[in-house]
Design a protein around this ligand. Structure first.
Ligand SMILES: *Cc1c(COP(=O)(O)O)cnc(C)c1O
Length: 372
């Protein structure tokens, strides 16, 4: 790290907010200030009492509005984030055998959890090369299809289309939900952690569940399969219906999610958020395509994520050095996902990130590369 050249960006190239990380991502300062103003009335009070339950209720109803959920879909919350949800799904959502589309670190992790579960059959794992995505393949033995709307580690998005088969469709939407259009008819469970698009804190999962998803949860919840209570989807469902979680949630996270949902609805809802991500991704990818030293990592424009951009550099320019120089200038978390081993930057374009800040970021990178 001692060989990082010191390059100071001129003020006009420094974005107004330097947070471009893909999770935890930029939190709205307005929401933080509002949380502070709650003083003695919210943080430090019981999550089983009306004040906190009203916040959970507002999240559940706000999500119904934001995602235009059909009346018979339910919003369920639990503690532990998407990673905990995978474990819960292994107990309470997969009956015998699941099919996983593996095209990056996160989609691969869910498949690994299931592969290790002694009560389940070996999952069917369909892989694609890094930078692309596979499609589900109907299989009569499969009772759950595990899709990932946006592979945060590679910057690949895929359309959410229900395979022509019976079986529950469960979508990891952690870095997609709230920034990409989705039709509720195409999934049974759409789950995510709120520290990505929703600009809140980690440690929580939120899932939209269709009637078929609820049936599966009820069925496995009533079966004699042993399930740790913390991971029980049946308990999560029962508690969510009462605007609670099974165990104690982080109240600050709940507050930030509630305010983010309200903000997105005020701004024009999901259409507004998706439009903003589209505009931002246009800025970043058109810059990457025209820069002589950089190019979008995902070659197929249709698969390029509108929420998380991965941009590769030619061999002569070390992306890690660029990210370090950016960091020295207060521009944070632009480094690529380490395990991928690419010479690339990864840039979040979530709705909270100002398109004008992304514009400045691209100019800042040009400025740095010219001087390296
Ligand atoms: C971040 C992320 C996860 C993991 O979320 P945690 O809250 O850390 O459990 C899972 N899937 C995707 C697609 C993600 O982006």
């Amino acid at each position: 790290m001692s060989s990082i050249p010191s390059i100071e960006l001129p003020a006009e190239l420094v974005p107004g907010d330097g947070r471009f990380g893909s999770g935890p991502s930029k939190v709205r300062t307005e929401s933080l200030l509002e949380l502070g103003v709650t003083g003695a009335s919210f943080l430090g009070t019981s999550h089983r009492q009306p004040t906190v339950k009203a916040v959970v209720g507002a999240i559940r109803h706000g999500m119904e509005d934001l995602f235009s959920l059909p009346d018979n879909y339910e919003v369920v919350l639990g503690v532990g984030g998407a990673t905990a949800f995978w474990a819960s799904a292994a107990y309470g959502l997969i009956e015998k055998k699941s099919q996983h589309l593996d095209f990056g670190v996160f989609s691969g992790k869910f498949a690994k959890v299931v592969a290790g579960a002694p009560h389940l059959e070996e999952p069917e794992v369909i892989k694609a090369e890094i930078g692309s995505h596979p499609l589900p393949v109907p299989n009569p033995e499969v009772d759950l299809y595990a899709l990932t709307h946006n592979e945060t580690t590679t910057g690949v998005m895929m359309p959410i289309v229900r395979p022509e088969a019976s079986g529950v469709v469960a979508v990891d939407a952690t870095s997609a939900a709230g920034g990409m259009a989705v039709d509720p008819d195409q999934y049974d469970v759409y789950y995510f952690s709120p520290q990505k698009v929703f600009g809140a804190e980690g440690g929580l999962w939120i899932a939209f569940v269709s009637p078929a998803g609820v049936d599966r949860i009820e069925k496995l919840g009533a079966s004699d399969r042993w399930t740790p209570g913390f991971l029980s989807l049946k308990l999560a469902l029962d508690n969510s219906r009462k605007d609670q979680t099974t165990n104690t949630p982080a109240l600050a996270t709940l507050f930030l999610v509630k305010r983010q949902v309200e903000y997105m609805l005020e701004m024009g809802g999901l259409d507004w958020a998706v439009g903003r991500c589209d505009r931002s991704s246009e800025i970043v990818y058109s810059w990457a395509e025209s820069a002589e030293y950089a190019y979008p990592f995902v070659s197929d424009p249709e698969k390029r994520s509108t929420n998380v951009a991965t941009v590769n550099f030619v061999d002569e320019i070390d992306a890690g050095t660029v990210a370090a120089i950016l960091r020295a200038n207060g521009i944070l978390d632009t480094g690529g996902y380490r395990a991928l081993g690419q010479n690339q930057l990864r840039i979040a374009m979530f709705p909270n990130v100002e398109p004008s800040d992304l514009e400045r970021l691209t100019k800042a990178i040009d400025y740095i590369v010219e001087r390296m």
